[in-house]
Ligand binder design. Structure first.
Ligand code: ATP
Ligand code: MG
Length: 475
């Protein structure tokens, strides 16, 4: 079968011609071929060469007058042509030792190379030489599995996963991204080999995990992780959210199922990976804070604060960034109950405080809170939605009126210290805090004059005298 349609980019005949000239056999393989049949856009092209991939890459780069990046140790080379990345690799045969996912590599044929690929749908190749240009090579039934929506290994799955356990996570990742099922024998082998994931570096796992988080329906991946027993190894804190406990016939909701619904709800409206992570972690401290109270039923007091504290440890373990992206997740987890409380009783001062604390992330916080409504009782859902709409409306009004978002109190600690000749001390902090509270409570406006007047009044009450020459200094 020849499929010329897939190779319309002029790069393919070019690679083929240069391969012919050099006496090499070249194929496009893996993701590009799979995504062609799935009608998915594909930014990277992987070329496998029987012989030296680096040699062919250098010839192509010369012809295109572009740079080539060579990774000698891996026998690979990379070219950027317009906005696509083309990777060249020599066909190889791999054998593995038990304690490492780094194989012993020898030169091999194209068939050897297809055999070392992770899944049947990733092992298909198109020929690029003149005599087989556009010819599909599909030795393991990749097309059949694409049609059946199935993730399956080309060889014995126990060997595939034991050789390189990262492939277990990749199976879940592709199933999630593509909406496929994992074939039963493949799935069972993941279950059997799950502990082998311990030899895989966290960096490799998080790359796959983030692709799951960014999928259209990310819950599918976490459900699969749970079913095959990988969740315990990958995100044990999430596994602990599972299950329902009963006291006096009263149960709470299953927080694992709830969390996945919230994640999917966020995924439906936002492509922000960190907002998705916040959804995944928003209730992470519920198991530790769970208490049954005979009067109130199940309670999870302060789970938002403890959860926010847990974010750093989780990010560190997973090798997620520990910068402002983590701080954003911490903040959203810490504040995730605030709009709900607010929705019960919308006052101007509570809205100002929320705006002050959430700053620019207030819209994302509202998105998370709306996603957090997973009740099955329609009247309840409707009431919450209406209340949140009211909160959003109020946020907008107060924002326009008072400019509270990211506000800094107009009278700073420095001004207070200078005016009264003070060193940093509790008195300065108290005055500053009272000015901030007065603005947030709406007692005074968010401006320098009113704040300065309040400072003078507070200072007088404390018996402070201004130092000469500093009166009414503008900031
Ligand atoms: P994506 O769209 O995510 O880039 P992809 O299929 O291109 O999907 P890559 O991780 O870029 O995935 O890998 C390229 C190809 O290399 C795969 O299609 C597969 O054939 C092969 N491959 C990648 N990782 C492995 C692995 N751990 N074991 C075996 N084969 C692998
Ligand atoms: Mg790729």
């Amino acid at each position: 079968m020849k499929i010329l349609d897939a190779l319309q980019n002029p790069i393919f005949p070019l690679v083929g011609r240069l391969a012919d000239e050099a006496g090499l056999r070249a194929f496009v393989i893996g993701g590009y071929v799979r995504d062609y049949f799935l009608n998915r856009p594909c930014k990277d092209i992987d070329i496998v060469v029987a012989g030296s991939g680096i040699d062919l890459a250098e010839r192509v780069a010369r012809e295109l007058k572009t740079n080539v990046t060579v990774f000698k140790n891996f026998g690979t080379a990379m070219i950027h042509a317009e906005d696509i990345e083309i990777e060249f690799v020599g066909a190889r045969k791999e054998s593995y030792r038990f304690d490492s996912r780094k194989p012993v590599v020898e030169d091999g044929t194209i068939e050897d190379d297809q055999l070392r690929r992770d899944f049947t749908i990733n092992a298909m190749a198109f020929g690029l030489n003149r005599d087989n240009f556009g010819e599909l090579s599909d030795p393991f039934g990749g097309i059949r599995d694409l049609n059946d929506l199935r993730i399956q290994t080309p060889c014995d799955p126990d060997k595939t996963f034991s050789d390189d356990p990262l492939r277990m996570v990749r199976a879940v990742r592709f199933a999630t991204q593509l909406g496929f099922d994992i074939a039963p024998e493949t799935f069972d082998a993941i279950e059997r080999n799950r502990e082998r994931i311990g030899i895989v570096s966290r960096e490799r796992i998080i790359t796959e995990l983030n692709k799951i988080v960014m999928a259209e329906v990310p819950s599918a991946g976490f459900e699969l992780f749970d079913r095959c027993g990988l969740l315990e190894f990958i995100l044990p804190q999430l596994a602990r959210l599972k299950g329902v406990e009963y006291v006096n016939g009263q149960g709470h909701k299953d927080n694992f199922i709830h969390t996945l619904k919230v994640l999917d709800n966020v995924a439906r409206v936002s492509d922000n990976p960190w907002l998705r992570w916040a959804a995944l972690l928003h209730d992470i401290a519920k198991p530790q804070t769970k208490v049954y109270d005979p009067e109130q039923g199940w309670t999870f007091h302060a789970h938002e604060y403890l959860g926010s504290k847990m974010v750093k440890g989780i990010f560190r373990e997973l090798k997620l960034p520990l910068d402002e992206r983590m701080k954003y997740v911490q903040k959203l987890v810490a504040l995730h109950l605030r709009p709900i409380i607010l929705a019960e009783n919308v006052t101007d001062s509570a809205v100002r405080r929320l705006l002050f604390e959430a700053g620019d992330d207030v819209d994302d916080l509202m998105t998370l809170c709306e996603a957090d409504i997973t009740s099955g009782i329609e009247a309840k859902v409707k009431r919450y939605r209406q209340n949140f709409a009211l909160v959003r409306q109020k946020l907008k009004e107060i924002e326009e009126k008072d400019r509270i978002r990211n506000f800094q109190p107009p009278v700073t600690g420095e001004i207070i210290m200078e005016t009264y000749g003070l060193k940093p001390c509790r008195t300065v902090g108290e005055i500053k805090e009272k000015i901030k509270d007065a603005i947030l409570d709406g007692a005074i406006g968010n401006n320098y004059e009113e704040a300065y007047a309040l400072m003078e009044q507070l200072a007088q009450e404390k018996g402070l005298k201004p130092v000469a020459g500093t009166n009414e200094k503008q900031p």
